[in-house]
Ligand binder design. Structure first.
Ligand code: NAP
Length: 245
C-alpha cells in the first residue's frame, strides 16, 4: 500500500520507521524543507511544498498514493487544511496523527492565549524576562515588545523581525528538566511562552516552570481540519493502516 506521510515531527519519523519494517507498505515522507539540517526519516522522503491543495492532489494521483497520513505538527494548519482538501478531491483516505495536547496539572499556572499576538500582549503586560519557546514561526508577534527582554529558543534562526531586547539560542530538543531549570534560573525568567504542541520532547520546560513557580503563557492549537480518522499515537496509526491493507 502506497502511503504518503506528511511529516516534520518525531511521530512522523517513528511512523516511517515502523512502516519501513513491513514490506506491505511503500512509504514516502514529505518534509516542508524549512530547517537547514532536517532529521530525515527511514524510507523514501521528498522535500518542499506541493503547490497548495491542487498541487498535492496532483502529486497524490501521480504517485498512486492509497492513504495519506497527516503527521504534521499541530500548528501546521495550512498543510493540514490542504491535505483535507486534496485527499477528499482525489478520494484517498486521510488519517490524522495528532499527538495529545498538554493539559495543566496541579502546581501549573497557565495563562491561555489564542494566538501568538494574544500571547505577546499578555507577556508585555507583566513580564520583564520571558522565555520564548514557540519555535521560529510566530516570533514576529513579539517584535513590537519594548518592556520585556526575551530568551528566544528555536532550531533555526527566525527570519522575521525580533524584539529589540533579546538573546537567541539555537537548539533542538529533547530538553532535560534540570537543564531547563538551570536555564530559567540563569536568565531570571519570569514567564515561559509555549505553543500547546504536546509531546515529551519539549515538555521539560513545563515541568521546570511548575517547579520554579513560573507562569506559562500557553498558545492554543489552531482548529483541526477534517479527516477520515484521528489517532493520537504511532501504535494506533500503524494498527489502523494495517486494517486498510
Ligand atoms: P504550514 O504553515 O501548515 O504550511 C505552509 C506550507 O508549507 C504548506 O502550504 C506547504 O506548501 C508547505 N508544507 C508544510 N508542511 C509540509 C510537508 N510536510 N511537506 C511538504 N510541504 C509542506 O506549515 P508550517 O507550520 O510552516 O510547518 C512546516 C513543517 O514544519 C511541517 O512539516 C510541520 O510538521 C513542521 N513543524 C511545524 C511546527 C510549527 O510550530 N508550525 C513545529 C514543528 C515542526 P505547499 O502549499 O506549497 O504544499
Amino acid at each position: 500500500m502506497n502511503v504518503l506521510i506528511l511529516g516534520g515531527t518525531s511521530e512522523s519519523r517513528l511512523l516511517a520507521a515502523r512502516l519501513s519494517q513491513d514490506s506491505r507498505f511503500a512509504i514516502m515522507t514529505s518534509l516542508a524543507g524549512r530547517v537547514s539540517d532536517p532529521q530525515l526519516p527511514e524510507g523514501d522522503s521528498r522535500v518542499g511544498g506541493f503547490g497548495g491543495a491542487d498541487g498535492l492532489a496532483t502529486w497524490i494521483h501521480a504517485h498512486a498514493i492509497e492513504v495519506v497520513v497527516d503527521a504534521t505538527h499541530p500548528f501546521a494548519a495550512t498543510m493540514s487544511g490542504n491535505a483535507a482538501i486534496a485527499a477528499a478531491s482525489v478520494g484517498v483516505p486521510l488519517l490524522r496523527l495528532n499527538r495529545p495536547e498538554w493539559t495543566a496539572g496541579a502546581g501549573d499556572v497557565w495563562l491561555d492565549a489564542s494566538t501568538p499576538a494574544d500571547a505577546a500582549r499578555m507577556v508585555e503586560s507583566f513580564s520583564e524576562r520571558a522565555f520564548l519557546t514557540i519555535g521560529r514561526l510566530g516570533v514576529w508577534a513579539f517584535a513590537g515588545s519594548s518592556r520585556t527582554w526575551f530568551l528566544i529558543r528555536s532550531i533555526d534562526a527566525p527570519v522575521d523581525e525580533l524584539p529589540s531586547r533579546h538573546e537567541l539560542v539555537l537548539a533542538r530538543g529533547p530538553f532535560d528538566i534540570d537543564d531547563e531549570i538551570a536555564t530559567m534560573r540563569e536568565h531570571r525568567i519570569d514567564v515561559v511562552v509555549s505553543k500547546n504542541s504536546g509531546g515529551a520532547m519539549t515538555e521539560g520546560k513545563l515541568v521546570a516552570a511548575r517547579r520554579l513557580g513560573i507562569p506559562v503563557v500557553m498558545i492554543a492549537r489552531p482548529p483541526a481540519s477534517p479527516s477520515d480518522h484521528v489517532i493520537d499515537s504511532v501504535d494506533g496509526a500503524v494498527a489502523w493502516l494495517r486494517t486498510r491493507l
